[in-house]
Structure formats: C-alpha cells, structure tokens
Design a protein around this ligand. Structure first.
Ligand SMILES: [Zn+2]
Length: 289
C-alpha cells in the first residue's frame, strides 16, 4: 500500500521535476524541493496513523497533559512567527497533534504538518518542561524547515538527478516514476525514523532553540539537557542522539546561538512579595520579532 501511495506522489511530482525554491523560516536558507507540501503531507498523515496504530498511547494523564501543553505553546509560537513573517500561507499545512506513547525509547519526532510523538522514555531525561520544549522545538523545527522534503528531494536527485536535470523524464515519465517509487519505498522512506543530514540537525537545533524561547521557555535549558542526553546515550544508545552532531559540537553551537535565542525569551514575572497584586504578576506574552 505504501508503495502505491509513493508511486502516485512521485508520479505527480515529476510534473514539476525542476522543483520549487523554498525558504527556511528563521535562518532564511533556501533549498529546492522536488516534492510539494500537499504531497508530503498526505504521506505524513498516513504514516502518522500507522505509527499510532502500532503504538500504545500513554495512560499517564499528568505527563500526557504536560506534553500537549508544551506542544501547543510551541505550535502557537510557530504559527505566530509564520503569520508575522510573511509565511501565513504555510499555516494551512499544519494540523497539530501531540501524542505521548508508552515506550522506554529515548525519542520524539514531529512529522510534516505538526504530527508529534513523544516516547515516555525521554521524560526522565528532559525532567522539566523547558527541556521538553527544547526537544519539541528541535523536532518541530525539522517539520517547519521542511527537512523531510529536502531529504526526499536529495534521495531522488542522487538516484535520478541526471534524468531530472536533463528532462529525459518527459519522454518516459511512467517508467522512471515507477523506478523512483521503487527505490524510495525499498529504502523504507519513513518520516518517523528519517535520517536527516548533519546540517539539518544543526539547523533544527538553532531554530528549535528560538521556537522554545518564543513559546516562553528558557532556551538555556538546552545546555544541561543535551549534557544529560549525552550521558544517557553512553549507557543506552538512542535514536534522537545517534546521527546528530557530536555532543561537544552541538553544545558549542547552542552556546553560540544563545544570545540570539535569549532576545526572544521573556522570563515570566514572578509574584514575589506579599504586597504584589495579581494584576502586576500577569503572564508576559512572547516577544515577537
Ligand atoms: Zn533532529
């Protein structure tokens, strides 16, 4: 079934084989994508329900509520950012979903369109909401930066770049579409455990840090969090950590990005003194740029 869907998607995208240029929010990097949002999203939705179908949803109400709450705050911050930065058009592609899954995997992911899974096993490492926001910010950044479409496009170029560039596909679309579909399907193209490039990972760290700050979470939580991840990965390798930048590089890059991320962070006003009134202690909204 998966193969058929890939075939339809890939046949459709061959109509626009030269691709379209897309700009990554926050970093402003541009990339040329051979798949469009609608195609990626239909595959993403299908794979998300497959993953949920095979998973057991957590029965822990408190943790589930925390995941949904942190996720929703990030989603709101992302949508506000896109709206305020001329990318309101992209909002139609987001149908956010946040699910906590019963599993000791130290992992989380966000498929295109905002389809998020957090595994219970990561919560002992995140420990607090700010660190969970760092993880979700990173995963959401992959989706917002369209890294899946980028990886898909890269795989297609590697396999069939010469034909696409040369326009040979125009003469035999059917045969080539089938070949590309077979290649991607047999390679197990899967949003849930997609291997991003190291550059994608570094970019997701940077964008995620800023999204977390925009959502009202202290981005400085990222440093101790990734230190805990590094320590936990030495005991038990985990998906989230493998193929990511080395912990030393990652932490150095995050430190470098911190002054920029902090510009987006407004610490909550504390109701400290006995005389302070609730009206002066109201929550401060996210700073927008
Ligand atoms: Zn990642």
């Amino acid at each position: 079934m998966k193969r058929n869907i890939l075939f339809v998607i890939l046949a459709a995208l061959l109509m626009t084989a030269c691709g379209t240029t897309s700009t990554v929010p926050v970093t402003g990097r541009t990339h040329r994508l051979l798949v469009d949002d609608a195609q990626v999203l239909s595959l993403s939705k299908q794979q998300y329900s497959e993953v949920l179908g095979k998973s057991t949803i957590s029965t822990d109400k408190t943790k589930t509520a925390m995941v949904k709450n942190v996720g929703q705050k990030l989603a709101t911050a992302v949508e506000t950012y896109l709206k305020n930065n001329g990318m309101a058009n992209d909002l139609q592609y987001y149908e956010w979903e946040f699910n906590l899954v019963k599993s000791d995997q130290v992992n989380a992911f966000c498929m295109p369109g905002g389809k998020i899974v957090v595994y219970e096993g990561i919560l002992p490492v995140t420990k607090d909401e700010a660190s969970l926001a760092i993880v979700l910010g990173h995963e959401i950044a992959h989706a917002v930066a369209k890294h899946s479409a980028e990886q898909m496009s890269t795989q297609m170029r590697q396999a069939y770049g010469a034909q696409i560039v040369g326009g040979i596909l125009n003469k035999s679309v059917g045969g080539n579409a089938a070949a590309i579909a077979t290649t991607l399907a047999s390679a197990g193209f899967n949003f849930a455990n997609l291997k991003y490039s190291r550059d994608n990972e570094t970019e997701a760290d940077y964008i995620g840090l800023i999204f977390a700050a925009m959502a009202g979470y202290d981005p400085q939580a990222a440093i101790p969090f990734w230190e805990r991840m590094a320590a936990s990965a030495t005991k038990k390798p985990n998906e989230l950590f493998s193929d990511h930048p080395s912990d030393a590089n990652r932490i150095a890059n995050l430190q470098k990005a911190m002054p920029e991320a902090l510009k987006y962070y407004t610490p909550p006003v504390k109701a400290t003194t006995k005389t302070s009134t609730t009206s002066t202690a109201k929550k401060v909204t996210t700073k927008k740029k």
